[in-house]
Design a binder for this molecule. Structure first.
Ligand code: ADP
Ligand code: MG
Length: 256
């Protein structure tokens, strides 16, 4: 049998990794006396592994997550306000399968974005799609699309991924038009059923203030929280803690 012909057929079928390894594996098979099934199995496993590696690479690139926010480099000891068991359970991704949302609330620097991104990374590892954006960037992007009459098409970027990270809700006040775009996104993802990983420095009670509208805040929260877990993180900023350890910041003021 002509190996060259087999290789060209594998390539025609898009089995490029198997095609590339055919020669070596055929030689090995002959030497080690592999069965036909074993030979085929090894070649297919290698094809599959390479496809999964490429798929992860592509999905990771498209997700635009900030780098190095993994669960492994989250220091749970430094943040006793975070329930490590709950985070480990979330990392098993049942919430993604159910399409539930996870909201991290708390002051700046306590690890909200880090945890949200690390869960999105887990979702990528398990074969899901994800996308990261901040609320500001989302609004700017949708407003630009609206001006170009491409809003509906643009929405797909935020509706398609299985997991959407919406970072930094509430840092800046939103005007009515922006608030309405935010509502549309939440409402449409609610209908589509994909998970949102959200971070905010504002408690839900304060959302009406940065949205400037009680009814809009209620409508957004109603949908967002229908199937959601909220994780309130208290405690001190990790950045400040580091700076303090380096002697750059005074110790926290004693209260009470
Ligand atoms: P937040 O979103 O709550 O403002 P971040 O998640 O951005 O805070 O955390 C601020 C910085 O400190 C980031 O670089 C983050 O990776 C790091 N960080 C925060 N908490 C921890 C932690 N417990 N372990 C390791 N790094 C942390
Ligand atoms: Mg953050």
């Amino acid at each position: 049998m002509n190996l060259e012909l087999v290789r060209s057929r594998l390539e025609a079928l898009g089995l490029t990794e198997a095609a590339a390894r055919l020669d070596t594996r055929a030689e090995q098979a002959a030497k080690a006396d592999w069965s036909y099934t074993e030979f085929l199995h090894r070649l297919l496993e290698e094809e599959l592994a390479e496809r999964q590696r490429r798929s992860l690479e592509t999905r990771t690139r498209l997700a635009r997550l900030p780098r190095q926010k993994t669960l492994d480099n989250f220091d749970f000891a430094a943040q006793p306000g975070v329930d490590q068991r709950l985070i480990r359970e979330l990392a098993a991704l049942g919430f993604v399968d159910r399409g539930d949302n996870v909201c991290f609330l708390g002051p700046p620097g306590v690890g909200k974005s880090h945890l949200a991104c690390s869960l999105a990374l887990r979702a990528l590892e398990e074969g899901h799609t994800a996308y990261f954006t901040t609320l500001d960037r989302l609004i700017l992007d949708l407003q630009r699309a609206e001006a170009n009459q491409t809003l509906q098409r643009r929405f797909r970027v935020y509706l398609k991924p299985r997991v959407l990270v919406l970072d930094e809700i509430g840092y800046l006040p939103l005007d009515r038009a922006a608030g309405n775009l935010f509502f549309q996104l939440i409402s449409r993802r609610y209908e589509h059923g994909g998970s949102i990983l959200l971070t905010s420095n504002k408690s839900y009670g304060e959302w009406a203030t940065f949205l400037g509208d009680d009814a809009l805040a209620a409508a957004i929260l109603d949908r967002l929280l229908h199937h959601a877990i909220t994780i309130n993180i208290r405690g001190e900023s990790y950045r400040l803690r580091d700076r303090r350890r380096a002697g750059l910041e005074p110790p926290p003021a004693k209260t009470g």
